[in-house]
Write a protein that binds this ligand. Sequence first.
Ligand code: ADP
Ligand code: MG
Length: 396
Amino acid sequence: MTVDYAKKTVADVPVDGRRVFVRVDFNVPIDQNGHILDDRRIREALPTIQYLIQHGARVILASHFGRPGGKPQPAYSLGPIAERLQTLLGQPVEFVPEAVSSVAEAAAQRLAPGQVALLENLRFYPGEEKNDPGFAEQLAKLADLYVNDAFGTAHRAHASTEGITKFLPSVSGFLMEKELRALGNALESPKRPLVAVVGGAKISSKIDVLNHLLPRVDRLLVGGGMANTFLKAQGLEIGRSLVEEDRVPVAKQIISQAGAKLALPIDVVVADRPDPTALPEVVSIDQVPTDKMILDIGPRTADLFAQVFQTAGTVIWNGPLGVAEIPPFAEGTLGVARALAQSKAVSIVGGGDLVGILEQLGLAEQMSHVSTGGGASLEFLEGKTLPGVAALEDKA
Ligand code: ADP
Ligand code: MG
């Protein structure tokens, strides 16, 4: 079978002495004062950057940061991120206050082998998100080789993820390779049984994922807000829970297609409202009071999921199983995460919210693979071609 995620990497091409433009994802969370809350995305890019330094490349890094809307906005400058990168790398990083123009070109020219520069925020330029060929060509002028290590942005066809590949030989970085291998193997050649756990708020945002996964997986476990629409489709009372009435028909269709593959909650945690002071109560799935909301899966459901993990070869999990950002409703997600960590299954976790919660709970490290890309991993699981991946050279 040909797999379109087998891409050349920096290790497959000569880099010694070359100017290498590396698209990274340094879109880290910051607080109101601009302090970096979590530098995981910077740390995840280090293997590629260190490899290039060690192999004598002249490294030009570029990223987007926030949503400055195509114009310079000091709050979204990558300056502070250059400082953090410098600390993590343990060597100087030149911050270049532009991404194109004579300033950027001079900075790229000045670099000696093994030196690193970080360009200013790509989204300070309207051409970036418009995938303007002129802007892409200006970026390409800075280098001899293009490396994409920004998996989290690979589902976007922007100048720095897609347009630039028209002008330079283009390969993937090690983070991109790791992401594509983990997600690709899970879908194309998984250790079976293959189990998918899908949660999150809405069924509408994950219908394509459910439909793509269903024929590929051996079991499909559904929790979170989206489970409510399935429960409703089965004629169960769901009280005042989040539900998408217009998606009941599609839920019915998935239920009949899935047959015994599908597992829905058998008990749930209900309360008056999604609030830290609300009093949570566990009820059987046929005992949901009309005036309450389902806010988490119950302990028997978590046990059921845990049992499935015991014989699973691979588990792909996307989306939290309850309103896990509010502690009383995090137990289901926590219990299932612990069970997954303890199981022998290859565990592949994705989704911005779920990954954030697992990190808070200190369980992310115990998964086989945590995807850095929320939207990108979702589109991968939908079976879509990611433009930033498709544009890279195939492995010979
Ligand atoms: P991810 O980013 O991990 O893919 P989603 O964005 O699809 O996840 O969904 C995350 C959101 O789902 C969280 O904000 C959480 O509060 C919400 N959620 C989970 N379970 C429920 C529920 N039972 N009722 C309402 N919202 C829920
Ligand atoms: Mg989300």
